[in-house]
Design a protein around this ligand. Structure first.
Ligand SMILES: [Zn+2]
Length: 307
């Protein structure tokens, strides 16, 4: 059995995964409820120790934000703790529980899950677009994760959009995720409704619901969001020519209605000889704890993919 861990901004989930039975046990801690990074790491370690006592764990895989494979550290700068600094989780866990551990960027972990359990069974090269609080991409070429020379490849959310002056969490201006993400959607609708801040905007789920019922502002907000996404996806396709673009993340659950719009806008911007060659689909793993299957795949595949 392996332990797959997903470090998310809201929750950190720990899954005990069996190669044949799948997920057999899940523990969750609230990431945000910890008052410091150090306190979070302590609690995180306690949960891992507890699970390794209860189950026969042979390997640990972790999906973490802002993981740098060059220095083997992760540094969750988007989590609001004052003591966040680069931390070597792999070394820490090997020291604490003596089990081989490896870390991958969260968007790349999703790509590993799709490669093992989802679209990767049918195609060799694909890009996973994760739309949630932020926006990320995972790239699989010839059934191998491409994570670049230091693990950050696929930071699609921080490529720039023309004529956007929104400041991003990363400090940059005009990043794609300031438009295409839950926060981005709230920023767009807040502006349309002349609200003082995006916090006053309705939640994204209700924006999708209202749009479905014909609310013009909600509809325009989402159409704008996915037109911007479609156009930027054409950049990725020009460079990588994947067989499929797969959408996942919380927002993807409501994305079916907008796939034709994304596709149309993307294809319109492609070279003639590249049109009609890409499948645009919503992941069929959305209800299957893809966030945990990714880190678990890392633990299972470790020898194959990272040897
Ligand atoms: Zn950015």
């Amino acid at each position: 059995m392996v332990l797959g861990i997903d470090i998310g901004g809201t929750n950190t989930e720990f899954a005990v995964v069996d190669s044949t039975q799948g997920i057999v046990h899940i523990e969750t801690i609230k990431t945000k409820s910890h008052n410091s990074f150090l306190n979070y790491i302590e609690n995180f370690t306690d949960v891992v120790k507890d699970l390794t006592k209860k189950f026969n764990i042979s390997s640990i895989g972790i999906g973490a934000p802002n993981f740098d494979s060059g220095s083997n550290t992760f540094c969750p700068v988007n989590f609001n703790w004052s003591d966040v600094s680069p931390f070597n989780l792999e070394q820490h866990l090997v020291h604490e529980v003596s089990i081989s551990s490896s870390v991958v960027n969260d968007a790349n972990a999703v790509a590993l899950a799709e490669n093992r359990y989802g679209i990767g069974r049918n195609v060799n090269s694909f890009i996973i677009i994760t739309i949630g609080t932020g926006l990320g991409a995972g790239i699989v070429i010839n059934n191998h994760l491409f994570d670049g020379s230091y693990g950050y490849a696929g930071e699609f959310g921080h490529t720039k959009v023309e004529n956007i002056d929104r400041t991003c969490n990363c400090g940059g201006v005009g990043c794609l995720e300031t438009v295409v993400s839950a926060n981005g959607i709230k920023r767009t609708i807040a502006k349309k409704l002349n609200l003082n801040s995006p916090e006053e905007a309705p939640d994204v789920r209700s924006i999708f619901e209202k749009a479905k019922k014909g609310d013009i502002v909600c509809k325009e907000t989402l159409e704008y969001t996915f037109q911007v996404l479609g156009k930027k996806l054409s950049d990725l396709i020009h460079i990588l020519t994947p067989e499929a673009i797969v959408f996942c993340g919380n927002i993807s659950k409501s994305l079916d209605t907008y796939i034709p719009l994304i596709k149309k806008e993307c294809e319109r911007n492609l070279l003639n000889n590249m049109r009609g060659k890409t499948n645009y689909i919503v992941s069929n793993l959305l209800d299957q704890k893809i966030n945990l299957l990714g880190p678990a795949s890392l633990a299972f595949n470790k020898k194959l993919d990272f040897a």
